[in-house]
Design a protein around this ligand. Structure first.
Ligand code: C2E
Ligand code: CA
Ligand code: CA
Length: 654
């Protein structure tokens, strides 16, 4: 995996002489192996030659011991002599042929079946060795000596040398990679200086806060991994890219400040390093985003298990000076096959999976699936269409009644809908989060307030009473410095007052830091006479002091708690606590998502003051609301169509 040789690191810094630049450890080992091979070959051939000479001398001696009549000066050698040579020089001595030569004239003395007569040098598979006679000066015996056993032996030695060389190289690389994989250093030793995959200077590649690789270095290292080595033959994944994002990190930063936030990031980096071990390459991509490349645990089951441990480790409490707090971890994972995709696509896929993990409820891990890509494209399309939709005012509002203990309507919650020219009706769940991410929620929110005011005025013009309309607000709108002025301006334009509107903010929005501009906006709204409701209560985390400080009027109990009432194993403790908490703080409680009478009975008996849900009415468009209100009018007892503001049971005398 990623490792940096001193040479290549230094070369980036420009400290290494050009002459030393090519002297990489791999090349040194290769040169040593080649040299050993050449020496092996040389010694083996010399060996063969020496043995050939010995055998040749023995053969010559045998010939010269024969009586003169047995070796005629010319013509073929007698069969008897050839036969006795053949009995002595069996194939086992390696002699393939023997030829007795006088000058250029040679006579075959012995030849193993199939062996060619030997002239000089190499006559494969024989090495030709000429042995001069000491008795008859000028005579030589040319021996064809079998080279094959020597070459096989040389080849065997060569294999052993190569294996040993590769072992030395791998051990050296492993030693280099180990400390860096954990983030103490980075980059890969095989990147050529100046090439895109070349490692950066050590200081420039590390994130100064956590010591992990920074984004550029991490991406470069993933690229190197992706481009080097062959993909597995089976086509299975040979690595996993994990993308991490912390849950609740913003809340830590906002509540405890940036120094505490930095301590959290350091602690998380340490836990990632500890849990993933030396086999992983870890980087901090920015903010509270981290990533890791795992190359030695390639099955999905192993990664799944690893993910569980990571979430558990990172979620443990973190000490920040005198404080203790915790964050969660969402993980996206992509099983990669080397060389199949570009690095950008690998990261994008892991990021998409992480996004889905966040959407799925945080604190979990998701593996990339093709459908996520389609969903992301659809989100991208929504993003493109959204600004046009705001310009063309393609949105309209629907309203859902909120009733009190007597089932009398007290107000309505406004919910936005988008009439998309091609896709039809689009739910806010599909586009509000995109509008929040892109900042389009600011112009969209402005339009919503305008639509709500217009609808309320039109309703009252028909002498239908509606004390207030509740409007959902996003955090981003509260951060907009022009928000309060724009709301005031809209009210003035429509001839309404702050008591006509109520703002719903989610629990996490209400809990942003004390000094934040969002808090200042909320306080200003409250002082101006707008009522505030905490939405989805019970799903986030709350500080009672903060709720009191903000002068909240209502707690809207999230519908998951209401739905639980009629489910088996219902535990009433949490719901009872929320309702009594609201009561003690003098705040009204509103149960959301009420769908059946059993829920109403339980909620009333527990002291919940207001209900909202499909049991009373599903969200209605403006004309449906007018008809619905007319129907209700007979049942309600309002003076001149002017309703009292939302009342508690106590206030209404029950
Ligand atoms: P929310 O503010 O919690 O709105 C209540 C959601 O619960 C609405 O979904 C509503 O139709 C649904 N609901 C009401 N009663 C029942 C019930 O008895 N059973 C079930 N299963 N659901 C019920 P909707 O309209 O799709 O809105 C979803 C979310 O979109 C809202 O959740 C809110 O967070 C956001 N949203 C909607 N309109 C606006 C808006 O104008 N501005 C902003 N910023 N966000 C909005
Ligand atoms: Ca709401
Ligand atoms: Ca809600």
């Amino acid at each position: 995996m990623a490792s940096v040789s001193n040479t290549s690191q230094a070369s980036v810094k420009g400290e290494v002489q050009p002459s030393g630049a090519w002297l990489t450890p791999a090349r040194v080992v290769l040169a040593a192996v080649l040299l050993l091979c050449a020496l092996q070959l040389f010694f083996r051939v010399s060996d063969a030659r020496a043995h050939g000479e010995i055998e040749g001398a023995a053969a010559l001696a045998l010939i010269e011991q024969q009586p003169a009549t047995a070796v005629p000066p010319s013509g073929p050698l007698p069969i008897g002599l050839q036969a006795s040579l053949a009995t002595v020089f069996t194939p086992r001595n390696g002699v393939l042929s023997l030829a007795l030569c006088q000058g250029p004239q040679c006579r075959m003395a012995y030849s193993r079946a199939g062996a060619a007569p030997c002239e000089s040098g190499l006559a494969w598979p024989a090495l030709c060795v000429a042995v001069p006679s000491r008795v008859n000066i000028g005579d030589t015996l040319k021996v064809g000596y079998d080279l094959q056993p020597y070459l096989w032996s040389a080849l065997l030695d060569l294999g052993v040398t190569l294996v040993l060389g590769a072992g030395v190289l791998l051990a050296w690389r492993g030693k280099q990679a180990a400390p860096q994989a954990a983030g103490s250093s980075s980059g890969s030793g095989n990147g050529k200086p100046g090439s895109p995959a070349a490692p950066l200077a050590a200081g420039a590649e590390r994130d100064p806060l956590t010591g992990l690789l920074n984004r550029v270095a991490f991406e470069a290292a993933v690229k190197r991994h992706n481009e080097t080595g062959a993909a597995t033959a089976s086509g299975e994944a040979d690595g996993c890219l994990m993308y991490f994002d912390l849950d609740r990190f913003k809340a830590i930063n906002d509540t405890h400040g940036h120094i505490a936030g930095d301590l959290v990031l350091k602690a998380v980096a340490g836990r990632l390093r500890y849990t993933l071990g030396n086999g992983a390459l870890i980087g901090r991509l920015g903010g509270d985003e981290f990533a890791a490349l795992l190359t030695d645990a390639s099955t999905q089951a192993t990664i799944q298990q690893m993910g569980r441990v990571l979430i558990e480790q990172v979620s443990k409490p973190i000490q920040m000076g005198g404080l203790t707090d915790s964050v969660g971890l969402s993980i996206g994972a992509f099983m990669l096959k080397r060389g199949e995709l570009a690095v950008g696509d690998i990261l994008h896929r892991a990021d998409l999976a992480m996004y889905e993990a966040k959407r799925g409820g945080r604190g979990r891990m998701m593996f990339f699936e093709e459908a996520m890509d389609a969903a992301s494209r659809s989100r991208a399309q929504i993003q493109i269409d959204l600004s046009k939709a705001i310009e063309n005012r393609e949105m309209f509002m629907v309203y859902q009644p909120q009733v009190d203990a007597f089932d009398s309507i007290r107000g309505v919650e406004s919910l936005v809908r988008w009439r998309h020219p091609k896709r039809g009706l689009v739910s806010p769940d599909e586009f509000i989060s995109i509008a929040e991410q892109t900042g389009l929620i600011v112009p969209l929110g402005k339009m919503i307030i305008d639509l709500v005011c217009a609808d309320l005025v039109a309703l009252r013009a028909q002498r239908l009473a509606l004390p207030y309309v509740s409007v959902n607000l996003s955090l981003r709108q509260l951060a907009d410095p022009a928000f309060v002025d724009e709301v005031q301006e809209a009210l003035k334009r429509h001839g309404l007052s702050p008591t006509d509107l109520e703002f719903e903010i989610t629990e996490s929005t209400a809990m942003v830091g004390q000094a934040a501009k969002e808090t200042a906006t909320l306080k200003r709204l409250s002082e101006m006479g707008f009522r505030l409701a905490i939405d989805d209560f019970g799903t986030g985390y709350s500080s009672l002091g903060r709720l009191l400080d903000l002068k909240v009027d209502k707690l809207k109990i999230d519908r998951v708690f209401v739905a639980a009432i009629t489910k088996p194993n219902f535990d009433p403790a949490l719901l009872e606590l929320m309702i009594s908490l609201a009561k003690r703080m003098g705040i009204k409680s509103v149960a959301e998502g009420v769908e059946n009478v059993d829920q109403v009975v339980w909620l009333r008996q527990a002291g919940c003051q207001m209900m909202q849900g499909d049991l009373y009415s599903r969200p209605m468009n403006h004309s449906q609301l007018i008809s619905w209100l007319r129907l209700q009018e007979g049942d309600n007892d309002f003076d001149e169509g002017v309703w009292s503001p939302t009342m508690t049971m106590e206030e209404s005398g029950v």
